[in-house]
Design a protein around this ligand. Structure first.
Ligand code: HEC
Length: 356
């Protein structure tokens, strides 16, 4: 067809900017059902729940995934399932007992059986795993998940050169919530100390297959109570997928010091990532822009920064990943540059040591 051949359209579809309707074939659930029953049910069970008494299941030595569990089913993006079904568990960093089907099934059949697998249980009350987007450096993430994150920030600032380390433990609560615990440690010219403990909760407010919006509240308590009375933070986080290749995340955060809320600040952050391949163990470029301003802003108080960065998937399934970023001041900051190293482990996808 003309549209496919036009070089501009071809270029745009390669970069993922344009999706020709023809490229997205509607999946056939009936076909998916019959493939599932003939090919997958022997291990996963006819309804998606593996039968523990089946000799095949017992012989595997690894429990096949329970596709009828709504939390498991919802938090896994369909694209990841297609990869696992096509290339097998080993290629995607899970057990090798999940066989590859690339010789037995066409891409279309894999899409059909994935769609059927996704339809085995009603997941409408759970945010979809499609919206579990790459963790940016400063922009807040909307998806509620199970994750441990270490974030180190080195600031190039004459005489002080502080290294701030944050350990975040995030745990999914129920269908759409997430608990947050953060420990903040600072090492600078004045010494080394644990400065804050932060406790919070995030709640997914609205979502679809292409967007998610969440709200969160966090209380930051200083460890040394002489320092301050602490700070209350609240944010809205929004994630959007424009295509499989382009994702945008943004957040609006308000910080209220407990002793004087009007001395707080507002931060607006945005991040774009280019997801050029469905293989997770790759390097993905991203760019963030941050604007932060005190509530009582005078002219020129807004601090702008840019953070070019890369996401580096470390495990075959990408559940352990690095993010490396530099932060460049675009306005009159007191520091020169910053460098960030973020190591994240999505523990819903298994142990830290799995799938390297
Ligand atoms: C020989 C048994 C077997 C067959 C046949 C099989 N699977 Fe699996 N499957 C497994 C096992 C075992 C796991 C869990 C691997 C692990 O977590 O280590 C698994 C995992 C999965 C997962 C979870 C992937 C993830 O990211 O955790 C999906 C989805 C899946 N299988 C779908 C299918 C579909 C669809 C078919 C048929 C086309 C199929 N499987 C056929 C054994 C099987």
């Amino acid at each position: 067809m003309f549209f496919h051949r036009h070089p501009l359209i071809a270029l745009l579809s390669v970069t993922g900017l344009v999706f020709l309707p023809a490229a997205v074939n509607a999946t056939d659930l009936e076909a998916g059902k019959s493939i599932f029953e003939s090919t997958c049910a022997v291990c996963h069970g006819v309804n998606g729940r593996p039968d523990p008494d089946s000799p095949v299941v017992q012989g595997l030595g690894t429990q096949p995934a329970d596709l009828s569990d709504p939390l498991f089913n919802s938090r896994e993006p369909a694209g990841d399932w297609r990869m696992v079904i096509k290339y097998g568990g080993h290629a995607m960093g899970i057990g090798e007992k999940m066989p590859a089907h690339k010789d037995a099934l066409t891409d279309e059949q894999i899409a059909d059986v994935t769609a059927y697998g996704k339809s085995l249980v009603d997941t409408s009350a759970y945010p979809p795993g499609e919206m579990n987007l790459f963790l940016p450096t400063r922009t807040k993430k909307a998806f509620p998940e199970d994750e441990v994150v270490y974030k180190g920030r080195y600031t190039d600032q004459a005489g002080e050169n502080p290294l701030k380390s944050v350990l975040e433990i995030e745990k999914r609560i129920g269908k759409r919530g997430q608990g947050i615990l953060e420990l903040v440690h600072v090492n600078d010219a004045a010494g080394s100390e644990l400065t804050d403990v932060e406790l919070g909760y995030k709640h997914a407010l609205s979502w679809s297959e292409s967007h998610i919006l969440s709200g969160a509240v966090i209380f930051a308590a200083p460890v040394n109570s002489g320092d301050s009375d602490g700070e209350l933070q609240t944010y809205l986080a929004y994630g959007r997928k424009f295509s499989p290749s382009w994702i945008l995340q943004s957040s609006l955060r308000l910080k209220f010091p407990m002793d004087k809320a009007s001395d707080g600040a507002v931060e607006l952050a945005g991040a774009v990532h280019y997801v050029h391949t469905p293989w997770p163990r790759r390097v993905f470029p991203g760019l963030e822009i941050i604007a932060e301003s005190p509530f009582r802003s005078r002219n020129g108080d807004v601090e702008w920064t840019a953070l070019p960065q890369v996401r580096v998937g470390l495990t075959r399934g990408g559940h352990v990943a690095l993010n490396l970023a530099v932060e460049l001041p675009l306005s009159g900051q007191s520091w020169d540059n910053r460098a960030y190293l973020t190591l994240l482990w999505d523990f819903a996808d298994g142990s830290f040591f799995k799938g390297w």
